[in-house]
Design a protein around this ligand. Structure first.
Ligand code: ADP
Ligand code: ZN
Ligand code: ZN
Length: 768
């Protein structure tokens, strides 16, 4: 008897032979499910392969979890068999063989437990976008790239400019041709290529890259012109040696002031790993910092350097992922937090630059993970070693120092340029007001800004992002209204009718807005925090005669937005670069001699768990932007709270002292990281249903909290109670250090939720 084929176009499933039955894990429901298919097309699929199958008619990509050989008897197809014949659908295509290896998968499963998410969703979040789940059609056509080819018939001209001659030689050494993007990566810009085209020495055409040639094709030819390592300073040398003697699987906190040569240390550590045949992962918190980091690593390691971040297209991410799976030679991948999942084996080094930065934490969607935790855990499992670099280490890493913790400490205390750190001047805005000066820009700042053009110098001005909240403060004495129960500023809320009230984001304490300061009686007592947009408009008015450039999320759109703006500024197209938080991070511009912050108060009084630490980190980073060139720099901070401890530590520049004090304070008060927190975020279209679900959830968790010594705060509306039409509520859990979260295991939490209400679990939250 001949079994019916489900589709006449399909090759018949070979009844007389043995055939592989394959369990494929596909996206179905929250958890993903395994369905059995048949490898009737003889694709030779195996465990860990990524394949295309049909699920209810839709094409899906799924992961092969199991494989058995079934005979016709097993399939009920042999004559005389009792059971009706089974018709398994065919596996349609193999997308990637050995996409997932058992060790890596074991790690992902453990991280799923850590993040309170199902293994399937953890895996989906770790893999490049679009790899697991419904198949997207655009994956079909690969992009065509420029291929540059030497003209064999061309006559070699005399006195070619040096760089053009270099390019010609590189091409010749590489067999005559190369992808233009690899040439670019090796430092041969499109101008050089065009130059040789004009001379008729080369031609250029679009070609389809095969996967094997994606990125690494002409490597050896292009990598001839690489930069040689700097000879290290004594301090740097000590750091490198300390790292070399670290046991495998451990980490080091590299605390080095801005400009002390941390990046050079990363480069040289990476070089040693590459020589030993091991891959390196270099992570940075912000996509805006990627270009300069990639440039520096490419100059040193050429085409071994790949990128992996949200600025890459899905195709590029898949390509980098594939190269990680199949690379014959060790790679350096520069990326943002999601790059921590790349399948690189053997992995030697993971660097987290600016380790204190909260962008390493994914807040939403789930999994809410911190790249630092992931990196440390991965290193422990694989024998890689971690370097956490920062000028202002996080208290979390500080607390994790040996001997109690797991991190060794290494320090770089001097700038390479031997320039001292720029002195900090504090402008007391209360005094400005008392003198009848009511502008955004104080007189001292105005004076310095207007002197810039003549001196040929530049400034960066930070306008703290408004964030979601404003607080009530006194412009005469600096008093800020705090919650009587918690050590945070109360937040001003406004109803649509214009009524205002104060609320604590922690305990939901509420209070009326008063019109005069209870400390000094002043009437200059009002909400603080104007929108960035409005501040910019004011600045333009106040700074007439100065050329401004705006640097924030709106003006730096697109993949190269940051780079373009910074290049414009570096080229001297503006005197002042005005921007939000991003401005403080990582840029290295020699003509910047002034770094200023308009209203430090906007940073100091955020209702966050770590507001003090984060604002000092940001301000010190901002300060690090000034005076990186020959000329000395200055830092100017405008504030109504010049006596705030953060401002004191900024002025004295002793970050270590701050950490010690902060550690004591938080230890005594039982605050993070000397305790644990977990945030449960609910959101839904219906305000009533979301509120009810939050109350029900609180009921459900309360007994667990009581049993494990945790306290439950809330439910309360989230700081931004409505986003994109969805109501948001939250529950804050607070408990002893290193104790497990008081949550039921698996999907129990979600099963009780009504339809239309979503829940996210955020362990160790950074923002409320
Ligand atoms: P950081 O990452 O700590 O801010 P960088 O590594 O960027 O510091 O170093 C600051 C500057 O000093 C860079 O221009 C870098 O090229 C240079 N530099 C770093 N190390 C050395 C060295 N050993 N010798 C000479 N110059 C160096
Ligand atoms: Zn007052
Ligand atoms: Zn409170």
């Amino acid at each position: 008897m001949t079994p019916a084929s489900p589709d006449p176009a399909e090759p018949a499933p070979c009844p007389s032979e043995c055939c592989a039955e394959v369990d494929v894990w596909v996206e179905a429901g929250r958890e993903g499910r395994c369905f059995t298919y048949e490898d009737s097309r003889r694709l030779g699929v195996d465990l860990g392969d990524l394949v295309v199958v049909r699920l209810r008619g839709r094409r899906m990509q799924g992961l092969v979890m199991d494989r058995r050989i079934s005979s016709p008897v097993d399939r009920g197809q042999a004559s005389g068999s009792e059971a009706p014949p089974r018709h398994l659908e065919a596996i349609e295509a193999l997308v990637q063989s050995a996409a997932v290896d058992p060790l890596w998968f074991g790690w992902i499963e453990a991280m799923a437990v850590h993040c309170h998410i199902s293994p399937f969703r953890m895996l989906k979040a770790a893999l490049p976008p679009g790899w697991l789940g419904q198949r997207q059609s655009h994956q079909a056509e690969p992009r065509r790239l420029w291929w540059v080819q030497l003209e064999s018939s061309a006559i070699n001209p005399q006195n070619l400019p040096q760089r053009q001659a270099d390019l010609q030689a590189a091409l010749a050494a590489g067999g005559g041709g190369a992808w233009q993007r690899d040439l670019q990566a090796a430092g041969f810009g499109s101008g050089l290529v065009n130059g040789l085209i004009k001379r008729g020495l080369i031609r250029r055409e679009k070609r389809q890259p095969t996967d094997a040639s994606n990125g690494l094709s002409c490597s050896d030819a292009c990598d001839q012109d690489l930069e040689v390592p700097q000879s290290l300073t004594v301090e740097q040398q000590e750091v490198v040696e300390a790292f070399q003697s670290q046991p495998l699987g451990t980490g080091m906190l590299l605390w080095g002031v801005t400009g002390s040569g941390k990046t050079e240390v990363y480069l040289q550590l990476a070089e040693r790993e590459l020589q030993a045949g091991r891959h390196c992962l270099i992570l940075t918190p912000e996509i805006g910092l990627i270009p300069q980091l990639v440039d520096r690593f490419r100059r040193r390691f050429g085409t071994k350097v790949l990128e992996y971040h949200s600025g890459c297209s899905d195709r590029e991410r898949v390509s980098t992922w594939r190269q990680g799976l199949t690379a014959a030679k060790p790679l350096v991948v520069v990326g943002t937090r999601s790059a921590v999942f790349l399948p690189l084996a053997p992995l030697g080094l993971i660097v987290l630059d600016e380790e204190h930065d909260s962008s390493y934490k994914q807040e939403s969607p789930m999994p809410c993970y911190h790249a630092r935790d992931m990196a440390m855990d991965r290193a422990r499992r694989t024998g890689a070693r971690v370097v956490l670099g920062s000028a202002t280490p996080s208290l979390v890493s500080w607390k994790n120092l040996a001997p109690q913790g797991q991190l060794a400490l290494a320090r770089l205390t001097r700038r390479i340029s031997d320039q001292p750190l720029s002195p900090v001047h504090v402008v007391d805005m209360r005094q400005e007001l008392a003198d009848g000066h009511r502008r955004l820009i104080s007189r001292p700042l105005m004076e310095r800004l207007s002197a810039l053009p003549e001196a040929g110098e530049q400034a960066v001005v930070l306008v703290p992002r408004r964030g979601y909240s404003s607080f009530l403060s006194c412009r005469s004495c600096g008093e800020v209204v705090q919650c009587p129960n918690c050590d945070v500023a109360l937040t001003v809320h406004r109803s649509r009718q214009g009524h205002q009230w104060l609320r604590c984001h922690w305990c939901d304490h509420r209070a009326e807005v008063e019109s005069s300061c209870h400390k000094c009686g002043s009437k200059a007592f009002k909400p603080f925090g104007a929108g960035t947009q409005r501040v910019m408009e004011h600045l333009v008015e106040e700074l007439q005669g100065l050329r401004l450039l705006r640097f924030d999320r709106d003006s730096t759109g697109g993949r190269d937005g940051h780079r373009r703006l910074l290049e414009q500024f570096a080229a001297g197209e503006a005197d002042v670069l005005v921007g939000t938080q991003m401005l403080a991070k990582g840029m290295d511009l020699p003509r910047v001699t002034l770094a200023a912050v308009l209203a430090a108060d906007g940073l100091l009084h955020r209702p966050d768990l770590q507001a003090g630490e984060q604002s000092l980190q940001l301000l010190m980073q901002l300060a690090g932007r000034a005076g990186r060139g020959e000329r000395p720099g200055h830092v100017l901070v405008q504030t109504y709270c010049p006596d705030h401890p953060v401002i004191h530590h900024l002025v004295d520049g002793r970050y270590g002292e701050f950490l010690k004090e902060e550690a004591c304070l938080r230890h005594e008060a039982g605050l993070v990281p000397y305790s644990r927190a977990c945030l449960l975020r609910l959101s839904g279209d219906s305000a009533a249903a979301t509120a009810t679900a939050a109350a029900v959830l609180a009921e459900q968790i309360k007994p667990l909290c009581d049993a494990q010594g945790w306290c439950l705060i809330g439910p309360a509306p989230a700081p931004i109670a409505r986003v994109a039409g969805r109501s948001r509520w939250q529950l804050l859990l607070h408990g002893p250090e290193e104790s497990p979260l008081p949550l039921p295991s698996g999907s129990t939490l979600w099963n009780g939720l009504p339809r239309g209400v979503a829940l996210a679990v955020d362990p160790d939250p950074i923002q409320l």
